[in-house]
Design a protein around this ligand. Structure first.
Ligand SMILES: NC(=O)c1ccc[n+]([C@@H]2O[C@H](COP(=O)([O-])OP(=O)(O)OC[C@H]3O[C@@H](n4cnc5c(N)ncnc54)[C@H](O)[C@@H]3O)[C@@H](O)[C@H]2O)c1
Length: 349
């Protein structure tokens, strides 16, 4: 077998453990050479769990000392751009957690760096890498829905604020609240299915109704008491594309609803699709009769994981499916929604 790809994970928190280290450490083609976290105890904990030799607290020092092929960026959002750009300058490929950056400007700087230096960048938009998403994408590409002229998406939690006092609720560190955190996933899905059309206008409204509430019930996880909370707990919005297709969206960390829901709907001239809390349904018509289709995708489709996909891209010099340009397009939409809320008017792009 060819030499293994030398890999390191930066940020040794929740997603590094649950996904990146857990997955990459199982691949024969990858050597997990190091873990880097500014909190040495966090790095040590995962180094022990995954049997990793090298620990760093400074990612630039790690880039200088080890000849890495690729890294994962699993840090708070404000570090995604500086770490990714620094890695690209050293020729290191980057699997960057979502969102790509805290705003469109920094996301564009990543795209520019990727175009300038050697090295690939993939945004961890993991909801694309499921049997349902792969099936819906192939239905769209085969024209099953006709022209998709409207989509809806949302992820609404009843009690799921990531907790006051952690970086998620501090705008400087996170870039925003429910929209940037949950919204990137489902906005990406509908934009991906629609072929990432040019967005020409965005209208949005954000709310922060539970930030100063003492109600501990609202905190879903990582609650850390009374820290900073200057981001939205709910965002809703609407965007229009250059062909007059539209998307409505709604995302919340906390709201007075019955229960959590994650969903998207695509409406096309020949058919439609809904995906609600994991349940996929297709709608069309035949012989003047409406039909509903319940695809059994899980047993019939082999799904390539985002981790295998990125390894394949690095080894075989392919462009990742989940592109930084698309991560940057999402950040433009998100920035515009925040601006629209602040100015209380639609924003043209
Ligand atoms: N794809 C998904 O479904 C998904 C799910 C959860 C989180 N995420 C994303 O993953 C990223 C991390 O989230 P998390 O929940 O794991 O956060 P976390 O707070 O659990 O972990 C972040 C880690 O980064 C470390 N860190 C902070 N500054 C650092 C620095 N300068 N150098 C190195 N390490 C540093 C922290 O010490 C911490 O251990 C975020 O961007 C988040 O949006 C994605």
């Amino acid at each position: 077998m060819a030499e293994k790809l030398k890999y390191a994970c930066i940020g040794a928190g929740g997603i590094a453990d649950k996904k990146h280290l857990n997955e990459y450490s199982k691949r024969d083609s990858v050597e997990v050479a190091a873990i880097c976290d500014s909190n040495i105890a966090a790095a040590e904990r995962l180094a022990q769990k995954y049997n990793v030799k090298n620990i760093f607290t400074d990612y630039n020092e790690m880039f200088d000392k080890l000849k890495l092929d690729f890294i994962s960026v699993c840090t708070p959002n404000y570090l995604h751009a500086p770490i990714t750009i620094s890695a690209l300058k050293k020729g290191i490929s980057v699997h960057c957690e979502k969102p790509l950056a805290i705003n469109a400007e920094e996301a564009q700087e990543i795209v520019d760096a990727k175009n300038k230096y050697k090295g690939k960048v993939m945004v961890a938009l993991n909801n694309r890498f499921t049997a349902e998403s792969a099936f819906v994408k192939s239905c769209v590409e085969k024209g099953m829905f006709g022209e998709i002229y409207h989509a809806k998406c949302g992820w609404r939690r009843r009690n799921g604020i990531p907790g006051k006092g952690v970086w998620f609720t501090d705008k400087k560190l996170s870039g925003g609240g429910a929209l940037i955190d949950l919204g990137v996933h489902y906005l990406d899905l509908v934009m991906y299915f629609m072929g990432y059309p040019q967005v020409v206008s965005v209208s949005g409204a954000t709310y922060s109704k539970f930030a100063n509430s003492d109600n501990r019930l609202r905190a879903g996880y990582k609650n850390n008491g009374d820290g900073k909370f200057d981001v939205e707990d709910m965002a809703i919005g609407h965007l229009r594309t250059d062909s007059n297709a539209t998307v409505n969206f709604e995302f919340s960390w906390a709201s007075n609803i019955e229960k959590e829901v994650k969903y998207y709907e695509l409406m096309g001239t020949k058919g439609g699709v809904s995906f609600v809390n994991g349940e996929l349904k297709l709608y069309s018509e035949i012989f003047d009769t409406s039909i509903n289709i319940l695809p059994d995708v899980s047993s019939n489709r082999k799904v390539v994981s985002e981790f295998d996909h990125f390894i394949d891209c690095i080894i075989n010099d392919k462009e990742p499916d989940s592109k930084p340009e698309q991560g940057a397009a999402l950040m433009k939409i998100i920035d515009a929604a925040y601006k629209s809320s602040e100015l209380m008017r639609e924003i043209s792009l």
